[in-house]
Design a protein around this ligand. Structure first.
Ligand SMILES: NC(=O)c1ccc[n+]([C@@H]2O[C@H](COP(=O)([O-])OP(=O)(O)OC[C@H]3O[C@@H](n4cnc5c(N)ncnc54)[C@H](OP(=O)(O)O)[C@@H]3O)[C@@H](O)[C@H]2O)c1
Length: 296
């Protein structure tokens, strides 16, 4: 860790390694806190690679004092398990930037951050962990953050790195737009197929109906999204390579717990609170939940 830059990162997986490497490249190597021990982290991309020297810390007792900024890049199913790291790394002056899908980051982390400010983000880049634990970055890293004073610290920390950061005055709409895309991608888990499946007219019709249901809930939660959004998302899948996957499908194929609740369950839960019928969620969510958590 650079003494001039008290930044930590919890969860050096696909997204976490990308951010750690972007910071290391400009001399702002963060303190890396993980679950599995690694001597170093490796990020690979089209024209090169970045190696972040380790070791990855695996014992929260090694943390001596809180830091100014913590990036958290664990899966949403792993939040509780980071409690011991957060307890050591945070105080009320810390900013915790959550690099996760979903729209509930603030509520989900509130109990673990010792009064720190939780800053959600939208992560726009695909990155993939390879069997040797290196990470394959598949597009230019970019984050969107809400335009709040705390975002300034993240902006400053990532300034001049290969990770672009933009601020949005209407973050809620941006986050829900991404959530809709993630929600409908969950259909790939149920079919066991990649993006090519959306070229089927019956899947297109189902996906559009599901997206319209999600859109109604998003709007009730304050997102300003047009009627065109469902079609725009489906058009994106139609343009995508047929073999494009999604992280929830990769997790399913690896037999890992799924982020079904923050990507799909959230629409059903918020719909119920708002009195909005969610018949498609009522079918899709239990199937995803059972695929993730069993029993059976
Ligand atoms: N990957 C993408 O392309 C992408 C794109 C957009 C958004 N996202 C979102 O970004 C978030 C992170 O996804 P990801 O793909 O980067 O996940 P990931 O590759 O599975 O990385 C998660 C990392 O957290 C570590 N971890 C788990 N429990 C921990 C603990 N208790 N303490 C410290 N570290 C712990 C894991 O360690 P192990 O090595 O032991 O597993 C792993 O290194 C998710 O919400 C995902 O939906 C991902």
């Amino acid at each position: 860790m650079s003494e001039h830059y008290p930044v930590a990162l919890i969860g050096p997986g696909a997204i976490g390694t990308t951010i750690a490497a972007a910071l290391h490249e400009v001399g702002r190597t963060p303190l890396v806190c993980g679950r599995t021990a690694h001597q170093q982290l490796e990020l690979r991309f089209d024209r090169g690679r970045i190696v972040v020297p380790g070791p990855v810390l695996t014992d929260p007792a090694e943390i001596k004092q809180p830091v100014g900024l913590v990036f958290v890049a664990v899966k949403a199913t792993q939040i509780k398990a980071t409690a011991a790291w957060l307890a050591k790394l945070c105080d009320e002056k810390t900013v915790v930037c959550v690099l996760q899908n979903g729209v509930e980051q603030k509520a989900q982390f509130a109990d673990y951050v010792a009064g720190a400010t939780v800053l959600p983000s939208v992560v726009w880049f695909p990155a993939q962990r390879e069997p040797d634990a290196s990470v394959w970055l598949r597009a230019k890293p970019r984050l969107t953050l809400p335009d709040t004073p705390e975002a300034g610290l993240v902006l400053k920390t990532l300034q001049g790195t290969r990770c672009e950061v933009d601020l949005s005055a209407d973050f809620i709409s941006v986050a829900w737009r991404k959530l809709l895309q993630n929600a409908v991608a969950g259909l790939m888990v149920l079919a066991g197929r990649r993006a090519g499946m959306f070229s089927r007219p019956d899947i297109t019709a189902l996906a559009l109906a599901y997206l319209r249901e999600c859109l109604a809930v998003a709007r009730a939660e304050g997102a300003r999204l047009s009627d065109d959004v469902p079609q725009e998302i489906i058009d994106g899948f139609h343009r995508a390579p047929a073999d494009l996957g999604t992280s929830i499908l990769a997790d399913r194929q690896a037999g890992q717990p799924l982020e079904w609740d923050i990507r799909n369950g959230v629409v059903q839960r918020y719909g119920r609170n708002q009195g909005i019928p969610t018949p498609l969620s009522d079918l899709i969510v239990p199937l995803l939940a059972a695929a993730s958590d069993g029993p059976g």
